[in-house]
Design a protein around this ligand. Structure first.
Ligand SMILES: [Zn+2]
Length: 349
């Protein structure tokens, strides 16, 4: 694809990779996460419908998926705009907004937010996890799915001419379903034709990222252009993580800002803290993977916004970077993680 080659595709059009600056590689600015509502534990049922107020903020922070209004990020465009302006003032340049079909992608709103804030926004093509696939999607062939993904990159998404610049986040469950397997193959086919970046949401099992890379690779994808998201909650064992790192994809730690007692989607595991994430990033750098690390917050609920007492889109720039410096990660390496690696990944081959 000569016209895309060497460029990055934002919701406002093609830009030179050098224009991106600091980039969060996995965020959401508008989406609906109602698909993943978790009923509250017994005795707490009434809390799920309460308005968001100071007195229930701690409960919402600990039970983000059990509060119905908290899942409606799409209602907060004004607050998101204000926080993007703060992100820009803090040195931010670009946001990868990888909301896909199934969680209410809205490229028109993304375009407006980018125009009004000056932050580059890159939209995501493709499909979220199986239980958000429509019956039509589930019935499609790999070829039909590939056509949809390619159309979203070459012509526009959601019935507009606003184009996606990345495939994903492609949703995968554990175990992987047949429909998700087809979407992964379609992702690989689109990628091998367009040379575009890919980003994957793996199932919650340490074997999931290995299986996903295998499927992508067998279908012809370029693993070096692929981000595996959410490693914070997926591969806990250090030896296994280093085994995975050898495969050559980008390793994403994207739940910065999430510190929680119980992880409702996987109660058997403890969600790491920000300090533990920094230690993991440091370990991967020490093992020689500084060219493969990317980071983000994956904001997808209201409580993560500053408007509701959350950390907002500037948390990494304002709080995590100083802590990384304090823990011996050099500015040079931080620049690699925030600027150079995202730039390499997002540039079409
Ligand atoms: Zn996400």
């Amino acid at each position: 694809m000569a016209s895309l080659s060497g460029k990055v595709q934002t919701v406002l059009g093609l830009v030179e990779p050098s224009q991106l600056g600091c980039t969060m590689t996995h965020e959401h600015l508008t989406m609906d996460y109602t698909c993943c509502y978790v009923p509250p534990s017994s005795g707490q049922e009434t809390l799920s419908d309460e308005p968001i107020e100071m007195k229930n903020l701690f409960w919402i922070k600990q039970n983000p998926y059990s509060h119905k209004e908290n899942l409606l990020l799409y209602q907060e465009t004004d607050a998101v705009k204000e926080e993007l302006l703060q992100y820009k003032a803090a040195g931010g340049g670009t946001i990868v907004e990888n909301t896909t079909m199934g969680i209410s992608r809205d490229v028109k709103t993304l375009k407006k937010l980018s125009q009004e804030t000056g932050v580059h926004v890159i939209a995501g093509a493709g499909f979220y996890v199986h239980h958000t696939h429509s019956s039509e999607t589930q019935a499609m062939s790999v070829e039909q799915l590939t056509d949809i993904i390619m159309h979203e990159i070459l012509s526009g998404a959601d019935g507009t001419n606003i184009k996606c610049g990345v495939v994903g986040e492609i949703g995968c469950s554990w175990p992987l379903t047949e429909s998700e397997n087809k979407v992964l193959q379609a992702t690989a086919h689109a990628q091998s034709q367009l040379g575009c970046p890919i980003i994957i949401h793996p199932g919650r099992n340490s074997n999931a990222p290995f299986q996903i890379l295998r499927i992508l690779q067998e279908a012809g994808a370029d693993i070096s252009k692929t981000v595996i998201s959410h490693l914070d909650r997926t591969i806990f064992d250090e030896k296994k993580l280093l085994e995975f790192a050898k495969l050559g994809c980008y390793l994403e730690y994207d739940l910065f800002g999430t510190e929680i007692l119980n992880y409702h989607f996987n109660p058997d595991r403890d969600m790491p803290s920000d300090n533990e994430r920094i230690a993991r990033v440091r370990m991967l750098i020490d093992e020689g993977y500084e060219d493969r690390i990317v980071i983000a917050h994956d904001i997808h609920t209201k409580n993560r916004l500053m408007k509701y007492g959350g950390h907002g889109y500037s948390h990494i720039l304002k709080n995590i970077v100083p802590k990384m410096l304090l823990r011996g990660i050099s500015q040079n390496r931080i620049d690699k993680i925030l600027i150079d690696n995202p730039k390499q990944w997002l540039t079409f081959k």
